[in-house]
Design a protein around this ligand. Sequence first.
Ligand SMILES: [Zn+2]
Length: 181
Amino acid sequence: MSGEEALLEALNSTPVVDGVPRDLWRDGPALSQWAARHGGGGGPAEREWLRKTRDALQTVVRGASGPEILAAFLAGVRKVPRWSGDRLDWVLEVEAERRLAVELILAWARIQEESPGRLRPCANSDCRLFLVDHSRANTARWCSMRTCGNRLKARRHHERRRRAGGAAAPGGTGARPDRSS
Ligand SMILES: [Zn+2]
């Protein structure tokens, strides 16, 4: 599997839909399909590993825990050399039901090493998605400019106007997230 793509799919499996946090992986069949698409078997033990690993990775990427909490998921995992023709491959040695979960952590580790600081949560605090910033300037803040970026820009514009206008808008000053959709 493409490590980064699979990792982002996993991290972004708990979106906020119409203001309500959802877990797309709570649904067994949906997660089984995801696992199958990435070469897994999709059985209950594998799903359990995937959910727990995803939860831990989300906590780490949000900065709520240090990466050491990931160590437990790697216990007993080995990489062993194997020749295919004249090429040396390093092959994961781990129970089948843990393989995908371990690969997610290895994908996370690769991004940390090759693109440090590029994997981060969306800057919209109402959004629970993550992004990998591939821009040269490393200034991307939103999971999507089309959704979160525009929404936040509109909200800031609204707040600036409200402050500049002095009088409170009808309905009081309680800062409610706008539900434009
Ligand atoms: Zn977002």
